[in-house]
Design a protein around this ligand. Structure first.
Ligand code: MG
Length: 252
């Protein structure tokens, strides 16, 4: 069972690109004197976004809104007089943020190196492959389509795609195993987030393959504490490259 974001496709970098582009835009429009340092800008944006995720969840609207709010906040902090162009500037910021969620960006980003090879290898062994991803349903479906929709072979890699808006729960893991007819103790959940991909899977009797890439504050919460607590757990394997799954396959 595979997580999508930052496991099969690196998406965090798309957010980073948007943030940098917005910062460059502010320099161009407001001038260096009125633009916060990159560090301050990122701190401000990440703080506002982490706060909003609690109520708005993993939606494109949240991220786009956070970027717009920060633009207004910079105006306020720098005591800039509202300009006639403010509306147009906000629209531009909004467009920068929306690029993160476009099929074009996902297609350009593509699967992480060796992911395709690993998935095809597992398929060749007759394994049941499940894509299990959380986030905004429309965005996730568009993302999966952009990444897997171009060829029949890629489209048919997964036995089933499961999208969930909330956090992944042990019940969902159990439910998928039951629906697909495999026993959880023979299954692995592969993901980059300990909290979202590994812990609920362990609670459903799955094994975990943890490929850490946790740069987002929201996902990091409790992660280190949890990892420490489960360090000696034999059912978790920590890898640093997805290709190791292929190399270790016969000893799994
Ligand atoms: Mg992920």
């Amino acid at each position: 069972m595979f997580d999508l974001d930052d496991t099969l496709v690196m998406t965090q970098v798309l957010y980073d690109e948007a943030k940098i582009e917005m910062w460059e835009y502010m320099r161009a429009v407001l001038g260096d004197r009125n633009t916060p340092s990159l560090t301050d800008f990122l701190r401000l944006l990440d703080g506002i976004d982490a706060e909003r995720v609690k109520t708005l969840g993993l939606t494109p609207e949240r991220f786009v809104g956070s970027m717009e709010l920060v633009y207004g906040e910079v105006y306020r902090r720098k005591k800039l007089r509202a300009r006639a162009l403010f509306g147009a500037e906000i629209r531009h910021v909004s467009e920068i943020a929306q690029k993160v969620f476009s099929g074009k960006s996902y297609r350009k980003q593509g699967l992480v190196q060796s992911a395709e090879r690993v998935l095809k290898f597992l398929k060749g062994q007759g394994d049941c492959l499940v894509l299990f991803t959380k986030g905004d349903l429309v965005t996730q479906a568009a993302k999966a389509d952009a990444l897997f929709g171009d060829s029949d072979e890629m489209k048919n890699l997964f036995n089933v795609n499961v999208f969930t808006e909330g956090n992944k729960t042990p019940e969902e893991f159990s439910g998928i195993a039951k629906a697909e007819g495999f026993h959880p103790s023979h299954a692995y959940s592969v993901g980059n987030s300990f909290k979202s991909d590994i812990l609920p899977a362990l609670h459903a009797d799955f094994k975990g393959i943890y490929i850490p890439y946790e740069t987002w504050k929201y996902e990091m919460e409790d992660s280190e504490k949890n990892i420490e607590q489960y360090r000696n757990e034999r059912s978790i394997l920590t890898l640093y490259d997805i290709d190791e799954i292929r190399q270790l396959y016969w000893s799994l």
